[in-house]
Design a protein around this ligand. Sequence first.
Ligand SMILES: C[S@@+](CC[C@H](N)C(=O)[O-])C[C@H]1O[C@@H](n2cnc3c(N)ncnc32)[C@H](O)[C@@H]1O
Length: 394
Amino acid sequence: MRPSDSRAILPEPSEELKCLSAALSARIEEKIRLGGPMPFSDYMETVLYEPGLGYYSAGLEKFGAGGDFVTAPQLGDVFARCLANQVAQAGELPGGYEIVESGAGTGALAADLLKTLEPQCPPLRYSILERSAHLRQVQKETLAQAVPDWMDRIRWLDTPPEQGWQGVFLANEVLDALAVERFCIFENGARRLLVDSGPDGFDWRAQPFPRPMQQRLDAVLEDFRSSLPVGYRSEINLYLPEWLEAVTASLTRGVALFIDYGYPRREYYLPGRSDGTLICHYRHRAHGDPFKWPGLTDLSASVDFTALAEAASQCGLDVSGYTTQTMFLLGCGLEDIIAGHQSLPDAQLLSKNNEVRRLTLPGEMGERFQVMALGRDLDTELRGFSLSDLRRRL
Ligand SMILES: C[S@@+](CC[C@H](N)C(=O)[O-])C[C@H]1O[C@@H](n2cnc3c(N)ncnc32)[C@H](O)[C@@H]1O
């Protein structure tokens, strides 16, 4: 669970970790020395994925109590069991179905989904599209232990599947980790914020966007531009349509489910959200300085769900559903799952109740996390969206 108000004094990393971060900073400084100020998207990409040094590549613990943040599948199996009900319904296709999961973290969601789906409607195959070599290893260990009989039907992919497949594409908290551009509103328009290096470390440098990017930004901000004050800063993912096209091109029939924190566009670019949605996490503390301890700190930005819907239409996908995480989980049978907990011993019941609270309370993950389903050749009303339809807000 990442968006958080826990802005607090950050614990000091060990000397070893500081050295790792300094090595990554030196590499970024060298890139800037050679190529000039770096687009923020390149900076974000580097601090998250630079081989051996980036946040997702360096092999440090990220998820859970010993890491920096907790995601829904880390809390327990309730999220996966609800999602399994949606997957089972969407997977009712002649000839069977497959699951492709992008960015599988520790593999917890895959393990709990397969355990839940196994008895009644198992997928033909489970593919994981994961760019972190370290996390792939963690996922292999998790799955070998949790679902050993599945290992010959699980595969790891470097690139999206090329051959046509039908079924369900899943991405929980992946869109927020994709590199975004930052911009700032000036008197004469929006300018791109780049990362420069100076005697006191990294700093922002404003430059005009290249023309095609400027046109895309102008189109996105068209309805809001006049309400955004000078000095307003925010983010935009200009690469989302290409990414979505790449990951869904071979989906011949089925649904892509995206669960993430974010807003429809008119809430994303609110005048009051004057420093954007970029958020950094270190040891369960949230802060707003993306230049603090590069490589040790998670960096993410909220998702503009209107942009996802627009990208979907460019890819020939239909927006089959959009709602909050709470309403999605309820539509997927959360109440039955809760009822099943009542026979548990007190300590386990307490822990399950706590898990459900964190998944559903508005101030926790319930409303800030939203779910969007993008369908292709789908003739089913998806149960996760049967209780609430927020598509009109897009
Ligand atoms: C915040 S974690 C979420 C992990 C997991 N889905 C969960 O809910 O616990 C983001 C994950 O997305 C992966 N990731 C980020 N960008 C990716 C991309 N372009 N393709 C595939 N995986 C990506 C990261 O390596 C990581 O596994």
